[in-house]
Design a protein around this ligand. Structure first.
Ligand SMILES: O=C(O)C(=O)C[C@H](O)[C@H](O)COP(=O)(O)O
Length: 221
């Protein structure tokens, strides 16, 4: 791949590491109804969480993300579950600030390094990380974090890959959030525990705000 393309991906990766660090908790959001999008985003922002990941898993996802981007300017919206170059285009068309994937295919890495959208690929192994790094992406999602080896796995990856920065996601909650963030190569953590489907279905916005606040408290104690 052209060096300037890789340098650009790398510069965006650095920007993303800084953005994530300011989180440093990214709620992973799956919305079933567009009407829940704005109140949910407001509830999370009220609880102190501004970096959001809206997964492209539901029919309501794109319209929900668009509503949040339009109506909740404090939220910094990323599009998650980006599986294909087409999904990446959708994220860009929605006006998202960044896009995330649970993994990465060669096509997706190639499209992301050619495109404009800041992108966080997912990795679970050293080889997958090497493919991401070869394209300039050194800020990556570690997914599924707990199932793929947990904290010892990230500690081990720090040895050969000191330049990599991680946002572990998958199996993280307020009981282990602080331990993950204590690792020097972890810039943020992601998870759905602050905005569970049952709470969204019940439109339990104040409960979600309280969970967001508790999540932030849990990493300070
Ligand atoms: O859909 C994606 O793009 C993903 O990367 C998967 C999510 O990040 C995890 O499903 C969140 O994991 P939990 O916090 O354990 O629920």
């Amino acid at each position: 791949m052209p060096q300037d393309q890789k340098d650009l991906a790398s510069a965006r990766s650095k920007m993303l590491a800084d953005l994530l660090r300011a989180g440093p908790i990214v709620p992973v959001i799956t919305l079933e109804r567009v009407e829940d999008a704005v109140p949910l985003a407001r509830a999370l922002v009220a609880g102190g969480l501004r970096l959001l990941e809206i997964t492209l898993r539901t029919a309501a996802a794109a319209e929900s993300a668009a509503a949040i981007i339009r109506e909740v300017p404090e939220a910094i919206v990323g599009i998650g579950t980006v599986l294909t170059p087409k999904d990446l285009e959708r994220a860009e068309a929605l006006g998202a600030r960044y896009a995330l994937s649970p993994g990465a295919t060669p096509d997706l890495l190639e499209a992301a390094s050619r495109g404009e959208m800041p992108f966080i690929p997912g990795i679970a192994t050293a080889s997958e990380l090497m493919a991401a790094l070869a394209h300039g992406f050194h800020t990556v999602k570690f997914f599924p974090a707990v199932a793929a080896g947990g904290i010892p796995a990230l500690k081990a990856l720090a040895g050969p890959f000191p330049q990599a920065r991680f946002c572990p996601t998958g199996g993280i909650d307020e009981k282990n959030a602080r331990d993950w963030l204590a690792l020097s190569n972890v810039v943020a953590i992601g998870g759905s525990w602050v905005c569970q489907t049952s709470d969204i279905r019940a439109q339990a916005w104040s409960e979600i705000t309280a969970k967001a606040q508790r999540a932030l408290m849990s990493i300070k104690e």
